[in-house]
Design a protein around this ligand. Structure first.
Ligand code: SAM
Length: 278
């Protein structure tokens, strides 16, 4: 039986992150009924459509597509039902789609989103770390300095941090987390929903040792629990620490060092360091 026609517009459709059984019934219905499937890679999406015995015209789309390519897809949405999928998981989550959705909203095109798998949420539900507050931080930069700066920005945040990672970079990232995100409980979730799914927690040194001995394959989410609650130091002892640091370091570095040690605001400590020097 033919699927009932869909209204024109943009349909954001989440797809499985490994286990094809995780496709939702509604995702299948919308893929069956749509006119066009916009995807990152037609070979990857072609396999999924094949598995579902669905044949649809596919258009390659990513956020680096030319304005002209985006405009032509937007123009189709006025008359046709266009589905956006990514290679796996929820589109727009470290995947293309943001620019397309933004442009579609600006033009008043109807948009709806069909929820489904996402590695970040799956990992959060598995790791046993606090889930009441979390921050999805996507992929860390690949260059060490930019990665360390990104971690420094997040270090004081009282929330579980969620990162996407790849096998070859995992050990270096964990080593950087040992100093960049001190005192946080870590979890490594791998190959989620697949045969060799695992979620490993433990002290960072143990995780580094394990993954150095067993170089990980496949796709990975790294989670860092909130910083361990430490009693706030009193003002007098903070001043002492600042003065000690100022004896060896320039003001900004001294402030940064003490701020990092206590998860405090660097600017506030910099201002206090200037007062102490004066
Ligand atoms: N949009 C996807 C989502 O909703 O999860 C994420 C796409 S992003 C380009 C790919 C990254 O997601 C991988 O490098 C990995 O960090 C994570 N990932 C995707 N599938 C995964 C899986 N089955 N297990 C663990 N991590 C996964």
């Amino acid at each position: 039986m033919d699927a009932p026609p869909l209204d024109p517009g943009l349909y954001i459709v989440a797809t499985p992150i490994g286990n094809l059984g995780d496709i939702t019934r509604r995702a299948v219905q919308v893929l069956e009924a749509c006119d066009i499937v916009a995807c990152e890679d037609s070979r990857v999406t072609g396999k999924l459509l094949n598995h579902l015995a669905i044949k649809k015209p596919m258009r390659r789309y990513d956020d680096h597509a030319s304005e002209a390519a985006r405009e032509s897809l937007l123009a189709e949405m006025v008359q046709k039902a266009v589905v956006l999928v990514s290679d796996a998981g929820t589109p727009l989550i470290s995947d293309p789609g943001y620019r397309l959705v933004r442009a579609a909203r600006e033009r008043g095109i109807a948009i709806t989103s069909l929820p489904g798998p996402s590695a970040a949420i799956t990992a959060l539900t598995l790791a046993g770390l606090p889930t009441d507050r979390f921050l999805f931080a996507g992929f860390l930069p690949s260059k060490a300095k930019a990665r360390d700066d990104a971690m420094a920005e997040l270090a004081a945040l009282k929330a579980t941090l969620v990162f996407y990672e790849s096998g070859p970079r995992l050990v270096a990232t964990l080593e950087a987390m040992a100093t960049g995100l001190p005192g946080r409980e870590l979890a490594v979730a791998r190959e989620l929903t697949k045969t060799f799914e695992e979620c490993r927690t433990g002290p960072v040194q143990d995780l580094v040792a394990h993954y150095t001995a067993h170089p990980p394959r496949g796709e990975i989410v790294v989670l860092a629990g909130p910083p361990a609650a430490t009693p706030a130091p009193d003002v007098a002892s903070l001043d002492d620490e600042l003065l000690a640091a100022l004896a060896d370091l320039p003001t900004s570095k001294a402030a940064a060092q003490v701020a990092k040690a206590h998860g405090l605001d660097r600017k506030a400590l910099y201002a206090r360091a200037l007062e102490l020097k004066a």
